[in-house]
Design a protein around this ligand. Structure first.
Ligand code: ATP
Ligand code: BTN
Length: 244
């Protein structure tokens, strides 16, 4: 069935817009904006969201299994987006744990999952995606890491409307699949397109830095890092992965 869809020219953040309406939204409701005045990433970081032809979209999802099951969501949504972009002919689309999409070692898209809900109850999730399609040069000074546009990778560039519709359908289908089978059905697919698999990386954990070789994710969605002490599984939102 068709999701409820809201198209907004200018908004603070599509994630915030849906978070403000939790309780009034049907699961699967979608909001798209042309421009975000306060687009955000993880932990208070900004997502540059200029007017132009990028995609800024969020969807509300009610997850009956509750907040504990929400951990793997950015991973499965990453797989959904990557497989969709591949289907449109984009080469070398990869994932970076826990919430980014890369192309040729540069950041192409980011996923932000935010939620409310008490332990034992259904979780109310807002899943947002920012995808660079053709970034106007004005916005780029503010991005302090290597990034790219879909237009640089993909010729011919698909229609933005077709791309948005396909991504929304694929994300919803993937969320249903995740509710049925959990992360199990996704681990292999994720590892196959892991940008850092078998590469030297460091994990920034607050003040701590741990270096090792990235070995993909496990069935819990934890990042596996091999050091001289063997393989350790890392979980949690406070960890940032960086290539060495
Ligand atoms: P982490 O690995 O912890 O997620 P991150 O640096 O990827 O670290 P995020 O919160 O995921 O941080 O994303 C926000 C960061 O993404 C910003 O600090 C900036 O470096 C970068 N960024 C902001 N806007 C864009 C954009 N439109 N395209 C690509 N990268 C962007
Ligand atoms: C990240 O890399 O940390 C995630 C970036 C997520 C950006 C998207 S754009 C649509 C939605 N609204 C927001 O404010 N953020 C997400």
């Amino acid at each position: 069935s068709c999701p409820q869809l809201e198209l907004i020219p200018v908004i603070d953040s599509t994630n915030q817009h849906l978070l403000n309406q939790i309780g009034q939204l049907p699961s699967g409701a979608v909001c798209l904006a042309e421009y975000q005045q306060a687009g955000r990433g993880r932990r208070g970081r900004q997502w540059q969201s200029p007017f132009g032809s990028n995609l800024y979209l969020s969807t509300y999802w009610r997850l009956e299994a509750g907040v504990a099951a929400a951990m793997g969501l950015s991973l499965v949504v990453g797989v959904a987006i990557a497989e969709t972009l591949q289907q449109f002919g984009a080469p070398d689309i990869r994932v970076k744990w826990p919430n980014d999409l890369y192309c040729h070692d540069q950041k192409l898209a980011g996923i932000l999952v935010e939620m409310t809900g008490k332990a034992g109850d259904a979780a109310h999730l807002v899943i947002g995606m920012g995808l660079n399609i053709a970034m106007p040069t004005v916005a780029t000074d503010m991005i302090d890491q290597a990034w790219t546009n879909l237009s640089a990778a993909c010729t011919p560039l698909p229609s933005r409307n077709v791309l948005a519709a396909t991504l929304i359908a694929r994300i919803h289908q993937t969320l249903n699949e995740y509710e049925e089978v959990g992360l199990r059905g996704f681990v292999e697919r994720w590892n196959k397109i892991d940008n850092f698999l078998n590469r030297p990386v460091k994990l920034l954990i607050g003040e701590w830095v741990v270096e090792g070789i990235a070995r993909g994710i496990n069935e819990q969605g934890a990042l596996l890092l091999e050091t001289d002490n063997g393989i350790t599984a890392y979980v949690g939102g406070e960890i940032s992965l960086r290539g060495c």
